[in-house]
Design a protein around this ligand. Structure first.
Ligand code: EMZ
Length: 395
């Protein structure tokens, strides 16, 4: 084995460095440009939490697409629901969809998910080298999404064909042609469900009322876009990154096999460490100040979950994965009333995945990879892998 001194220590493939540390400690924020609509990124856990709570000064219900960074204003004009709606209306939508998005806790749902994931793990064990992002994580995300929508399993094939992100491509971080594929698809699906109602999410939404009024097709589309877009690259990265982590920490996988009761804590810790969604924006409704920094009315801020999750004011050894971390107030799923609607589904995916890997996998070897580095002004943040080839062997 190659000898490495402390200073030469190689960064592991599964390590996710924190690019925000210095700015977080010294200033608490970072200014970035995004398509000529600048964003002040808030880096401290305390400020991120305060901002998430304060929906009057920091709104979500701005021009559709503007709270997302990179902004999606140029590629969509449909409002995502409940994501781009503020209180009090937000609550009506949220109350409507919340029970549906808690279904992943049901036994039957978990059983189906376990079958999907076990099959996929068996499949990759049987093969030699596989490219994990496209041959594993994308398939897993798409197949599990059929459960969340409650539609036939075969439909996943269509979504697998769309690739990792529904709004981004290799050519562009906001790709209008790509977005239109999703929008046209949803129009078709909504029309289908309107004509032939079933027990899927489209039909439920179409038959629902909010504030005494039937949901319009436009509103249904707003919920569906969120369901497709919000949990796609995020889940794919979380799954891929978890595999990379276990490839380099086989003892952790063995520990999870022997102590399955800590799997819930392990999921929270991996999600904290990876922070699959770097940040989420808000639009400011009055001149204000954060960290002694003036922020102008109608400008944008973002709550940087990835930075907040490494804030040493809240986390001991923030750059280490502590599988059974006792106190873990992370904000990887956001914070306050807009916290992630799909979190129950995402957590269940990671739990089932970890249990399945622990029971079936003997070793994982990383062959080669290309990191996915997001560039936010002065910050370069690794969020996952564009591709990563592994050899996964069974027990
Ligand atoms: C939006 C966002 C939601 C956005 C929780 O995040 O996810 C992004 O991936 C999408 O591009 O439109 O849905």
């Amino acid at each position: 084995m190659e000898h490495q001194t402390e200073t030469q220590k190689k960064v592991k493939t599964s390590e996710f460095p924190d690019p925000f540390e210095q700015a977080r400690i010294e200033r608490g924020y970072g200014d970035i440009d995004d398509q000529n609509d600048p964003v002040t990124m808030l880096l401290r856990l305390k400020d991120v939490r305060k901002t998430a709570h304060n929906w009057k000064t920091f709104i979500s219900g701005a021009t559709p697409g503007r709270i997302v960074v990179p902004s999606e204003v140029a590629i969509r004009d449909i409002r995502q629901i409940p994501f781009e709606v503020d209180p009090p209306e937000h609550k009506d939508y949220r109350n409507l969809v919340e029970p549906w998005f808690k279904r992943p806790l049901e036994e039957e749902y978990t059983a189906k998910m376990t079958k999907i994931i076990e099959e996929l793990v068996d499949e990759v064990i049987a093969k030699d080298d596989i490219e994990v992002v496209s041959d594993f994580s994308l398939k897993l995300q798409s197949r599990c999404l059929t459960l969340l929508l409650n539609i036939p399993y075969e439909e996943a094939e269509t979504w697998i064909g769309w690739g990792v992100h529904v709004f981004r491509s290799e050519e562009s971080s906001t790709d209008a042609d790509k977005a239109n594929i999703l929008f046209d698809y949803l129009d078709e699906q909504i029309d289908r469900a309107a004509e032939n109602p079933s027990d899927d999410l489209y039909s439920l939404l179409l038959s629902s009322e909010v504030n005494g009024k039937k949901m319009t097709k436009e509103e249904v589309k707003g919920v569906m876009i969120l369901t497709f877009a919000g949990g796609r690259d995020t889940v794919i990265n979380a799954v891929t990154n978890s595999l990379a982590y276990f490839a380099e920490h086989p003892k952790s996988l063995e520990r999870l096999r022997q102590e399955p009761e800590i799997v819930g804590k392990a999921v929270e810790e991996l999600v904290r460490y990876f922070s699959p969604l770097t940040h989420m924006g808000r639009v400011v409704t009055e001149d204000t100040k954060v960290c002694e920094h003036a922020i102008k009315n109608d400008s944008r801020v973002s709550m940087c979950w990835a930075s907040a999750n490494r804030d040493s004011a809240a986390f001991e050894n923030p750059n280490e994965v502590v599988l059974d971390r006792k106190i873990n107030p992370h904000v990887a799923f956001g914070f306050s009333h807009h916290n992630c609607l799909g979190a129950t589904h995402a957590r269940q995916i990671l739990k089932v995945l970890i249990n399945t890997l622990a029971n079936k996998v003997g070793s994982i070897e990383i062959k080669n990879y290309k990191e996915n580095i997001e560039e936010w002004g002065e910050f370069n943040r690794k969020v996952g892998f564009d591709n990563i080839t592994m050899n996964i062997k069974g027990k």
